[in-house]
Ligand binder design. Structure first.
Ligand code: ZN
Length: 702
């Protein structure tokens, strides 16, 4: 394990934070960041660190304090605020209690912070508080878990790490673990650290540096042992190339995504969907195609900390028939049904022994291992799916190392259940934040225009995963650059030409590759042309036919096929125009081709209702810009209309505003709100049009 300590970087960190937060916490922040940088030490909010010191309260009294990592905060990017301060003297008194329930413990932690606004401290706070050492680092280091999670693990740990460490058998995190740990510490106070069997590692020191170095030293010892001890490598039976696996993934993902979706009782939202992320690497392929892959994969997680993300066990699909789609679907479906049945039985078995009132979680797997393909990971959004992917990658890697030298032994089913339903852990997961489209994937064509950009923004605000598509070029790139900083992994840019069916198919593949499927399509790409019929250039007219009609057709065809494979319904929204109902002179090419597109969408509503796909239209009056983004329509129509009416840009906007009943300026955000109305399925409506035009009497849909 690489020792990342750098005197210079440490000094920089101290300089940045010491004045405001004190040197102890500045050093704590620096060393915690080093631990967070290593996936082999902690993953996604796992692990925690602390420092003890003093705090001066409003009475100017200095009292003893502990600063401990906040629950769920990521060590990799921790700030000083990520270690809230608590009243240490008070916490130490809790040790005298014979029992302390999880709920009461959390209450005591929350009520003994120095700052009521601070983040809730880790559920392992008492473990840090009771052990009387200034700096403590707690990780779930893979190499240590590789030693603890095997038959005769305690002996192996002792042999490898020597007598400098304390070894503590598994105890569920919380008050009981904190007490057991301090008792073990008091029996061997000169130790450098403590190995928590099937859980992780604790090290301590007088300084942040000392504690950090001990973590690195012990983990390195374990790693060296693992390399040396490797005697029984896996036998790979078939070699699958990542390219073949990725092709298979594109085929399997929509089927799997449909089968994983959980039926609800709400007819407007009949399924709770998942977002998928693939884990396809040479190593993983060798694993799923090896002789012992299945046996090793279907063992308990390395540490209970991973369990709330990945569930206790993954799903394994036997011998998938990639060449026969009907058979493949049946295989995946049967495997999921069997998994869910076993999960329900496991819940029944243990929930009776626990307190009443446990809410059963869904029975769906989070990691699905498939020979010849790799692993497909699922979560309620891409962030969660990625966490599952990262944990799975680390877990398989570590389990392979264990399997090469010993027999894997994880936590018992009872302990797993206890942790899965450990209420405090779920604080980390409680991000069900009322984002209605959190589990959905949308594709928007012509996204780089004014309306497209406005629609992307609103969908992203509702939690949706959005594929921003348009012709390749600066406007597409700049929109993605604008959205990425705020929405991260929930936005991707895809160059797509709606007039080319191959380009459309490729765009769909890229989305499936990224998130596993598509649930919502906004058909927005369109172009305009100004000409009287007398002067119409047939080539210009054909160009509009290609984009506005054929482009719509290609998207509708592709998404219809996709929705049938996925089998969880879907939504299509066509950005139509008021010109369909109220055409304009010298605007024949646009009005006629958009009318055809509108009609195609209505046909789609007839054809797709049987698979619960709703197709609706939004028909706006002119929108010329969204922020600095000018619409393509504006580029075509603006100059001509300004000339014809003798108006400047502002004047023309005013003209459009005044021609509607409400005298309203129509914005891209207004159009986006109408899209959202359909996308969030507020009413059982299909084949309908919402006008967003401020009221134009002769454009009222009939
Ligand atoms: Zn832990």
């Amino acid at each position: 394990m690489k020792n990342r300590w750098s005197q210079d970087k440490k000094n920089e960190c101290v300089e940045e934070y010491a004045q405001e937060y004190g040197e102890d916490l500045a050093l704590r922040t620096y060393a915690s960041g080093l631990i967070g940088e290593e996936k082999g030490l902690v993953l996604h909010g796992g692990g925690n660190t602390s420092v003890k010191g003093t705090f001066t309260n409003v009475l100017k009294k200095r009292i003893s304090a502990i600063f401990v990592k906040a629950s769920g905060h990521n060590l990799a990017n921790i700030e000083p605020e990520g270690h809230p301060g608590l009243d240490l003297d008070y916490l130490l008194q809790l040790r005298t209690l014979s029992e302390l329930s999880d709920e009461t413990m959390v209450n005591e932690l929350l009520t003994h912070r120095f700052n009521a606004q601070a983040a809730p401290p880790s559920i392992e706070t008492l473990l840090h508080a009771f052990i009387p050492k200034k700096y403590i680092d707690h990780t779930h280091a893979d190499a240590i878990l590789a030693l603890t999670n095997q038959r005769d693990g305690e002996k192996t740990v002792r042999d490898v790490l020597g007598n400098d460490v304390i070894i503590l058998g598994y105890v569920k995190p919380g008050f009981a673990l904190a007490r057991a740990a301090v008792e073990a510490f008091e029996a061997s106070p000169l130790s450098k650290g403590m190995v928590l069997m099937k859980h992780g590692l604790l090290t301590w020191g007088k300084t942040a540096h000392e504690s950090y170095e001990r973590t690195i030293e012990l983990v390195t010892k374990a790693e060296q042992y693992l390399v040396k001890k490797k005697t029984r490598p896996l036998k790979v039976r078939i070699t699958t190339s990542p390219e073949t696996a990725k092709k298979r993934y594109l085929k399997v993902a929509p089927i799997l995504r449909g089968l994983l979706a959980i039926p609800t009782k709400n007819p407007d939202w009949p399924f709770k969907r998942f977002i998928l992320r693939a884990l396809i690497t040479k190593e993983v392929l060798n694993f799923v195609d090896s002789d012992r892959g299945k046996k090793i994969a279907l063992t308990p997680p390395l540490t209970a900390d991973h369990l709330i993300r990945t569930k206790a066990l993954p799903l394994w699909v036997d011998d998938p028939q990639y060449e026969d789609e009907v058979k493949l679907r049946e295989q995946v479906s049967n495997a999921i049904t069997e998994y869910a049945k076993k999960y329900d039985e496991y819940f029944e078995r243990y929930s009776k022994k626990m307190k009443t009132g446990l809410n059963r979680f869904d029975s769906m797997p989070r990691a699905i291992l498939i020979p010849g393909l790799g692993v497909i990971c699922s979560g309620k959004d891409v962030v969660e799916a990625e966490i599952v992917r990262d944990i799975t990658a680390q877990t398989l890697d570590t389990k392979v190392k264990i399997a090469a030298m010993a027999t894997y032994e994880g936590l018992s089913e009872k302990h797993l259940f206890e942790m899965e339903y450990f209420s405090l852990q779920h604080a980390k997961l409680d991000r069900e934040d009322g984002l209605t489209l959190q589990r959905s994937v949308a594709l928007i064509t012509g996204a780089a225009g004014a309306i497209g950009a406005g629609v992307c923004q609103e969908l992203l605000e509702k939690g949706c995963h959005v594929a921003v598509t348009d012709l390749p070029g600066d406007s597409l790139n700049s929109l993605v650059d604008e959205l990425k900083p705020e929405y991260g992994e929930r936005v991707i840019g895809i160059p797509l030409d709606v007039t080319d069916p191959k380009s459309v198919a490729k765009g769909f593949d890229m989305i499936i590759d990224t998130w596993g499927g598509i649930d919502l399509v906004v058909v927005n790409a369109g172009i305009a042309h100004v000409s009287s019929l007398a002067d119409m250039d047939p080539n210009a007219f054909r160009k509009l036919e290609q984009v506005n009609i054929e482009g719509t057709l290609h998207i509708l065809s592709e998404v219809s096929r996709h929705f049938r494979v996925q089998g969880t319904g879907g939504d299509i929204i066509l950005i139509s125009t008021k010109n369909v109902f109220s055409p304009g002179a010298k605007f024949g090419a646009y009005s006629a081709t958009k009318a055809a597109a509108h009609q195609l969408a209505r046909i789609a509503s007839l054809e797709l209702a049987e698979i619960d796909v709703r197709v609706n239209m939004v028909s706006p009056d002119a929108v010329f810009s969204h922020g600095d983004r000018k619409s393509g329509l504006w580029a075509e129509v603006g100059p001509d209309r300004m000339r014809a009416r003798g108006l400047d840009e502002k004047g023309l906007e005013e003209y459009y505003r005044k021609r509607n009943l409400l005298k309203a300026k129509i914005t891209a955000t207004h159009i986006a709100k109408a899209v959202l109305y359909f996308a969030t399925r507020q009413t059982p409506t299909t084949g309908a049009t919402i006008p967003v035009d401020g009221g134009i009497p002769d454009a009222t849909p009939r």
